[in-house]
Design a protein around this ligand. Sequence first.
Ligand SMILES: NC(=O)c1ccc[n+]([C@@H]2O[C@H](COP(=O)([O-])OP(=O)(O)OC[C@H]3O[C@@H](n4cnc5c(N)ncnc54)[C@H](OP(=O)(O)O)[C@@H]3O)[C@@H](O)[C@H]2O)c1
Length: 325
Amino acid sequence: MKLGIMGSGKIVEEFLSIVDQIEHIEVVSLLGTPRSQEKLGKLAQTYNIEQIYTDRQAFLADDNYDTAYVAVPNHLHYEFAKAALEAGKHVICEKPFTLNLAQLEELVALSQAKGRILIEAITTLYLGNYQKIRESLADLGPVRIVSCNYSQYSSRYDAFKAGTILPAFDPEKGGGALMDLNIYNIHFVLGLFGRPKGVHYSATIQTGIDTSGILFLDYGDFKVSCIAAKDCAGPIRSSIQAENGAIEVVGATNTLPELNIQLGNKQTEKIQANQYNHRMVAEFKEFCRIIDQNDQEVAREQIAHSLLVMEILEAAQQSAQLELG
Ligand SMILES: NC(=O)c1ccc[n+]([C@@H]2O[C@H](COP(=O)([O-])OP(=O)(O)OC[C@H]3O[C@@H](n4cnc5c(N)ncnc54)[C@H](OP(=O)(O)O)[C@@H]3O)[C@@H](O)[C@H]2O)c1
């Protein structure tokens, strides 16, 4: 896979620092803004990237790469992914995929019309520990309670309280606890259990944005709470409680660093089945395989999952009367 990257922020720097662990990915182009020209130059030098651009049209006209990685702020995902698909590129897009379901449906239709792969960069789904949780569910018996908590005091919250609204807290830019952090919990839960029967989001809303909140997902036979906060810290933990045992995830739902699995009267087993130290290696290895082998079947499954997540996000926003984007 030859990759062109859109954006040069935090996640791109993190990705570039591990890209040499992924055979078959070559980063050939990088797009940024004119204000980040100097940084683009430094990244290009450090990581041997052939071309840097500050003009999107010129970047998209470059035919030295086949896949665009959309890693710009949330509110630009739709526009950038659409432009890349129109230019004939495959697209890997950061989370949250788009600001609403209609935007994602439009991108999916466009990717199909163009015969290109479109996939969401959501680390959870590709981690060895996630696979281990899936396999262990059968031994747990009937699930009754699932709870996920991803609470992290945001470095931008103090500015927010002082009246400076950065994208992470901007309703127009897809900010807030649901879109930024709870989205990982939603991917985690929906990837294991599918579509819930009921969705209710109860949020603390300050100047139009959910700074924290609890999402309740009703699966009939069992209930799920997904907590995320950007206005306070808390224990970042998840658990799946069932009649024959429980799984505890120690750490966040986008990294799943360690599992404690307890079955019946047996001793708790500590599991660490993630294949790599960094959470992004497994997902990008799989994206590379899907695109290089044109694995439409897996790509379709992943898109169906992303569409469901977007549908639930939208239902959650509506239930909390949140108007984003
Ligand atoms: N999967 C994960 O674990 C994870 C973790 C963190 C973030 N993310 C996602 O990744 C995305 C980026 O997050 P981040 O933390 O990297 O944000 P960030 O540090 O603010 O970086 C955003 C980047 O986009 C660039 N940009 C903005 N407008 C642009 C434009 N018109 N053309 C080209 N580049 C433009 C910015 O350039 P300037 O600096 O010049 O404005 C900056 O380089 C978000 O959607 C976020 O949700 C995912």
